[in-house]
Design a protein around this ligand. Structure first.
Ligand code: ACO
Length: 333
């Protein structure tokens, strides 16, 4: 039997752009209210990219924090994986840009596009490299700049999203029970139109007609996604817990993708989690797509919500449609 290692979470990092956009600011540019946004989503503000800021720069700041906490040098990284759908350029990958800006010389680099499930897909993929022994230290990044993809005149989507980057270092550990454990993923491409950007890919390159019809911007069937999301979060949690032989009482903190506090609370209720077990920071950042779970991990860690020996349940959903989850056995203080 080949040896399995532990994929320990050894460091966390985050970076938000400089420009904070509150609900009150949005009231000035579209027909909405702070009251509507807060009561329907839990969001109070979000950060968006300012003049001269780039997603790869945010990733580098987040990555350096995670490496510092893990006590590792950039040359120790042997794989960089970014979850994103909004790299600085169409080509190359965001991971390649981050590798260059970090000056990391001993690493491969690639992106994963799983929209809002991106952080979880990226984390679990990174963990497979470490658990198998193929890599010793993997830099996992979740980052998106959704402000560049939304229609700022569409009040049903533009109030929901924010930009940001989060990073996490996975370090090889002798004990396979440390770090990232079982995972579960689902996909339903048949639901692609409920949350998509129709143009800009190979089927419909951007031209004048696309620009006129705004098919290069995010569109979403909010109610459909809402219903799907509650089921997707509950299924992901149940599948992972059952693989691990756990129930909700074994979990110190549920760290879900932050899309809407009503979705999270509805799913958590079905799963029998208490309010104290659920982490929410959507009020500060909005939905940051692939960055969201990593931002929630960093903030909840900083707030002392868990410590070495605790179990965390991570769940998410997003465009695709996609969904999934994993359990982390936390090991650092
Ligand atoms: N401000 C004020 N009113 C608004 C706004 C707004 N920003 N947006 C919509 N409304 C109006 C609508 O026009 C509608 O008015 P009407 O009744 O006169 O027609 C009314 O508010 C109700 O709209 P609904 O769509 O029914 O509102 P709902 O309660 O469903 O909430 C929301 C909408 C928040 C979008 C919800 O459906 C949702 O969160 N869906 C899931 C979205 C999600 O999680 N997306 C992320 C997926 S992850 C990824 O991969 C990116």
């Amino acid at each position: 039997m080949p040896r399995i290692y532990g994929a320990e979470v050894a460091g966390l990092g985050k970076c938000l752009p400089s420009k904070c956009l509150t609900n009150k600011d949005l009231e000035k540019i579209i027909d909405t209210t702070d009251e509507w946004i807060q009561s329907r989503t839990g969001i109070k503000q979000r950060y968006v990219m300012g003049e001269g800021e780039t997603l790869s720069d945010l990733c580098v700041v987040a990555a350096k924090q995670a490496l510092d906490q893990a006590n590792l040098h950039v040359d120790d990284i042997d794989m960089i994986i970014c979850g994103t759908f909004t790299s600085d350029h169409k080509l190359p990958s965001l991971a390649a840009l981050v590798q260059d800006k970090l000056g990391a010389k001993n690493t491969g680099a690639f992106d994963i596009n799983a929209a809002c499930t991106g952080f979880i897909y990226t984390l679990v993929t990174g963990a497979q490299f470490v658990r198998s022994g193929a890599s010793k230290n993997v830099l996992v990044i979740g980052a998106d700049c959704c402000s560049s993809q939304i229609d700022w005149e569409d009040r049903s989507t533009c109030v929901l999203f924010g930009d940001g980057a989060s990073a996490l270092v996975l370090r090889q550990h002798d004990d396979p029970n440390v770090g990232v454990q079982s995972s579960y993923f689902g996909s339903d491409g048949g639901g692609k139109e409920s949350l998509w950007i129709e143009a800009g890919g190979s089927l419909m390159p951007v031209d004048e007609e696309v620009l006129k019809t705004k098919k290069h911007r995010v569109t979403m069937a909010g109610k459909d996604v809402f219903k799907f999301a509650i089921n997707a979060l509950s299924t992901s949690a149940k599948e992972v817990l059952s693989q691990e032989g756990l129930d909700s009482s074994d979990i110190k903190l549920l760290v879900p993708h932050q899309a809407n506090s009503r979705i999270i609370n509805a799913a958590a209720k079905r799963l029998d989690f208490s309010d104290e077990q659920i982490y929410l920071n959507i009020d500060k950042y909005g939905n940051t797509v692939a960055a969201s779970v990593g931002l929630a991990l960093r903030d909840s860690y900083d707030e002392g919500k868990f410590k070495s020996g605790d179990k965390l349940l991570i769940i998410g959903f997003g465009a695709g449609l996609s969904w999934g989850g994993t359990v982390i056995n936390w090991s650092i203080d």
